[in-house]
Write a protein that binds this ligand. Structure first.
Ligand code: PRX
Length: 632
């Protein structure tokens, strides 16, 4: 840590109230807060108590005088060829209209609006309109299958759902509305109204009279209506975002309003070095936390221009990202290691032919950034490539370089240092004591969590405490469920998860969720899913399954067909992102004598590593089968 940053960091921990009061001045408050932090009921923290604010006001209204004509949102779709720029004035008009539509459907403070949409401007209008009304949005990633969507509907209990007829990916139409219909059928508590932004991509879209409403028609009906901002108390919720954990049931990460706005504004200044008028290009999707924080809220709160890109990195050709950087003079870019690995395999010409002089930094997160990819991109771009580490739960970086405070040297393979505000420790698993330099420990945060982090799990305070704060009995600490190590220079390295969560192309998946999906196939008696190294995607799931009726896999052809059928089941339950690379059939799975599945040993064998201590193994033959299966 450089000296300047060290001082900045120390102050954020030791003089917390003064530090965050200064950061809070980066946003607008309708009424100032009375107290910086209320922490009488650990680990529940409330930031900027008594203050009144609103995310939509901060993202749009407050900029109208100074930058109403400046581009706020640039939409580029290489799927449909659409390209459209919205100024802050125009964004305001669209969002107010969308808010009027939602209000007309009875949406008000505290109601949930579920958004299941492709990367189109209307998805962002819906998010901003929802928070304008004081409602709580829950955006579900469009790659999730109907059963997953239904699970989220049942937990969030939305009043209204907004979707689109279809999205497009790599030239293929994905019928969103069709998937929604299926999810509504599976749901125990479906919303009464479904609003559809019809892009004219799916001529077969079915309409349920009385339930399904056309957005354009409603927008015309509500044109010209004024929808003032609903002021919220700082800790009122702004959104819920579901994420995977170790159980089959996803967790609804709940975010507040004031703390989140302050955290994002501060991060834009100190970490991303983005100022009003600059352009930011984040290649994520609004269905993920990176999209929430760095496509939508942070850039707009800070008066930047944000790019909303619908498309893949290699179409029409692998230069498309860099062309966008050149054409729109992108200054801040945020992407993922998998995206960069995809481009690394292409002709370097695609990168070198564009003028990237506007670009200051590129930030990568979501999964481990391997050293070769980090080195390659740094050399190819000639710009600092900043690996930073965070989680859906935190909403903004936990470990990062903080170039807005001090440009510190980058070490390849390391996301640098703890971000200000995080009292981060590496703890020994055995007794929660602090690990030494070069010693592996659990990445933990001493609560209170800083502003912007999750405040609880939606409707389940108990699960929030039990899941995140119960790793150690001797200390109340937040566990990230990641292993980390710090070198002698104070640089941190992330070594992988402590739990059964895997990371496929930056998408976080629970192996338990995938196991449940595999088990939905009627011929599967038992299954173990593990994540194994993958050159491109970081990790991929592999499934080892025991069948009920072996005659159905008696020949190579039957086996292949059964494997396909199991994969199809996963596609239908979770979505193609969770599909195992292979499903291997075995007659028994390795377990301890007490019946605990030896997932770590299976994973080690599948990656060709030593399976570790096997003295507790019940049936040694089970491991041999795993070995044979992956070899064969
Ligand atoms: O295991 C860590 C990994 O991704 C997890 C969080 O995933 P998600 O909730 O989807 O949030 C992504 C927000 C950027 C972490 O627990 N992870 C994230 N960033 C990194 C990482 N692993 C290594 N290096 C990173 N930079």
């Amino acid at each position: 840590m450089g000296q300047k940053y060290q001082q900045f960091y120390r102050r954020s921990i030791e003089d917390r109230d003064a530090f965050w009061t200064e950061q809070a001045a980066l946003i607008d408050w309708n009424k100032p807060f009375d107290q910086v932090l209320e922490y009488s009921n650990p680990p529940f923290a409330r930031w900027f108590v008594g203050g009144q604010t609103n995310l939509c006001h901060n993202a749009i209204d407050r900029h109208l005088d100074a930058r109403g004509g400046q581009p706020a949102l640039i939409y580029i779709s290489t799927e449909t060829g659409a390209e459209k720029t919205y100024s802050y004035d125009e964004l305001h008009e669209e969002v107010v209209r969308c808010a009027a539509v939602l209000r007309g459907l009875g949406v008000g403070k505290g109601d949930v609006v579920l958004i299941y949409m492709p990367m189109i401007p209307e998805a962002i209008f819906a998010m901003l309109a929802s928070v304008r009304l004081g409602a709580v949005h829950s955006v579900v990633f469009g790659g999730f299958a109907p059963a997953s969507l239904a699970l989220r509907i049942d937990d969030a209990k939305p009043k209204v759902m907004i979707t689109s007829d279809a999205g497009m990916r790599a030239g293929r139409v994905i019928a969103y509305k069709h998937l929604v219909d299926e999810a509504m059928r599976l749901s125990q508590s479906p919303p009464e109204k479904v609003v559809i932004v019809n892009r004219g991509l799916d001529s077969n879209m079915a309409i349920t009279e009385g339930r399904d409403l056309d957005y354009a028609t409603l927008a015309r009906q509500h044109a010209g209506e004024d929808v003032p901002v609903t002021w919220l108390e700082s800790s009122d919720p702004s959104y819920v975002m579901y994420t995977s954990g170790t159980t089959g049931k996803p967790k609804g990460v709940q975010r507040d309003t004031g703390g989140y706005a302050v955290a994002l504004a501060a991060s834009m200044k100190h970490i991303y070095c983005g100022n009003a008028g600059d352009t930011m290009f984040t290649t994520s999707d609004i269905g993920w936390v990176v999209g929430h924080s760095y496509i939508v809220y942070a850039p707009l709160i800070c008066g930047l221009t944000t790019i909303v890109y619908e498309g893949v990195p290699i179409r029409p050709d692998p230069g498309i990202w860099w062309k966008i950087v050149q054409d729109y003079k992108v200054k801040v870019m945020f992407s993922s290691p998998t995206g960069v690995r995809v481009l690394k395999k292409q002709d370097p010409e695609y990168m070198s032919k564009y003028d990237m002089s506007s670009l200051k930094h590129i930030f990568l997160a979501g999964e481990p950034l391997d050293e070769p990819t980090h080195t390659w991109l740094t050399e190819a771009l000639g710009k600092p490539v900043i690996d930073h580490y965070w989680q859906t739960e935190t909403g903004w970086p936990i470990l990062t370089s903080v170039p807005g405070v001090e440009e510190t040297p980058i070490k390849f393979g390391s996301p640098s240092f703890p971000a200000y505000g995080y009292d981060l420790k590496l703890l020994r698993e055995s007794d929660a004591s602090e690990a030494d330099a070069d010693e592996k420990g659990v990445v933990a945060i001493i609560p209170p969590l800083p502003p912007g982090c999750m405040t609880t799990l939606w409707g389940d305070d108990e699960r929030f405490v039990n899941t995140y704060f119960s790793t150690f009995t001797s200390k109340l600490v937040y566990s990230t469920f990641d292993w980390g190590i710090r070198d002698r220079d104070g640089y941190y390295f992330i070594l992988g998860r402590t739990d059964d969560v895997i990371n496929v192309a930056g998408h976080r998946l629970g192996t338990r969720e995938i196991e449940e999906a595999v088990q939905a196939h009627p011929n599967i008696a038992e299954v173990a899913v593990v994540g194994v190294d993958d050159q491109l995607k970081g990790q991929m799931p592999l499934a080892f399954a025991v069948v009920k009726d072996a005659s159905r896999i008696a020949t190579a052809e039957l086996k292949a067909a059964e494997e396909k059928a199991v994969m199809a089941k996963v596609d239908a339950q979770l979505g193609a992102i969770a599909r195992p690379r292979r499903v291997y059939f075995v007659s028994t799975l390795p377990k301890t004598r007490s019946g605990k599945m030896l997932r770590r040993s299976i994973q080690a064998l599948a990656e060709g590593r030593d399976p570790g201590d096997l003295t507790s193994l019940e049936d040694p033959g089970a491991l041999e089968q795993i070995q044979q299966a992956v070899k064969g």
